[in-house]
Design a protein around this ligand. Structure first.
Ligand SMILES: NC(=O)c1ccc[n+]([C@@H]2O[C@H](COP(=O)([O-])OP(=O)(O)OC[C@H]3O[C@@H](n4cnc5c(N)ncnc54)[C@H](O)[C@@H]3O)[C@@H](O)[C@H]2O)c1
Length: 277
């Protein structure tokens, strides 16, 4: 999508971090913006409107298909429908696969994977109908490599990469003009290390092992010291949409670990630990 001005962007997870930065970057391009999040959106709504574009905000849980569909309907009614859709909301509680409770598996899959599925199911038919638009699904480098200690998170992010690649092929097969990108950042300073703030009420916290507690500290440090800001990533997303680029790999230094994984697969070697490369 080369021309963004005057078009409409929909962003989930827009209250904080990458979603907030993308919403502001789209508004800076002259796009009208629809903001969705489980958290309060007042601050970002004001910041978007200050840029002189139209905006709406809706509290929603992306894991619930009906709420995502209601978001799409509200955008149709109030902004004339979305052109650019960012399925971005995510959570990242850590833990080994066997230590993660069934409830936590369902929570993480619900937000990170079903959130994207629900966004695709509600918005893509609308984009196909107008034969114009672009979908950006936020995965992670954890969708291309598998760092230890975050089994559920890695599963969801690999699934988002798989879903995005297949969506791209299916749209090309139908000669649709709708584009797709998958965003795969490494560590960026945002609220992601504090995902527990979004734990659904009534879902008991998992008892964490010593290893998980240590890994949480490492994640927090890595996220806080991320060299690229959320604004840098948002600018890369805007450029990728204009260039109609599929993979958005914002941190080139991680490519060595991705290459190592691909080589291990092709050589049928036991996987190396990407964090030790
Ligand atoms: N920050 C990083 O280092 C990093 C790296 C790779 C990928 N990501 C991905 O980027 C995306 C955005 O995360 P972030 O880093 O900006 O973190 P963040 O915590 O700052 O933002 C996540 C947003 O998602 C919202 N959210 C959580 N559960 C929701 C739900 N059920 N429904 C609707 N909204 C919900 C939160 O309220 C929050 O506003 C996530 O998908 C994350 O996995 C982040």
């Amino acid at each position: 999508m080369k021309e963004l001005e005057g078009k409409v962007a929909a962003v989930t997870g827009a209250a904080s971090g990458l979603g907030r930065a993308m919403a502001l970057a789209f508004a800076d391009e002259g796009m009208h913006v629809a903001l969705g999040d489980v958290s309060d959106l007042d601050e970002v709504l004001t910041a978007v409107k200050r840029r002189g574009v139209n905006a709406l905000a809706m509290r929603l849980d992306v894991s619930k298909a009906l709420e995502v569909e209601a978001f799409a309907q509200k955008i149709d009614a109030e902004l004339g429908g979305a052109h650019l859709v960012c399925n971005n909301a995510g959570v990242s509680p850590l833990g080994a696969a066997w230590e993660t409770s069934v409830g936590d598996w369902q929570w993480i899959l619900g937000v990170n994977l079903w959130g994207v599925i629900n966004g695709v199911r509600s918005f893509v038919p609308r984009l196909i109908a107008r034969n114009e638009g672009h979908v950006i699904n936020t995965a992670s480098v954890a969708g291309l490599i598998n760092p230890p200690g975050s089994g559920a998170y890695n599963v969801t992010k690999h699934a988002v990469v798989a879903l995005s690649e297949t969506l791209h092929h299916d749209l090309r097969e139908r000669n649709s003009a709708v584009g797709v990108s998958v965003l795969c950042p490494a560590y960026v300073p945002t609220g992601i290390a504090d995902s527990e703030r979004n734990r659904p009420s009534g879902l008991q916290a998992t008892v964490k092992s010593r290893e998980t507690l240590a890994r949480e500290q490492m994640l927090r440090k890595a996220v806080e010291s991320g060299r690229l800001s959320a604004d840098d990533v948002a600018r890369a997303v805007v450029q990728a949409v204009k260039d109609e680029r599929f993979y958005i790999l914002t941190h080139p230094r991680i490519k060595g670990a991705i290459r190592a994984r691909m080589e291990d697969i092709l050589e049928e070697r036991t996987p190396r630990n990407p964090m030790a490369l």
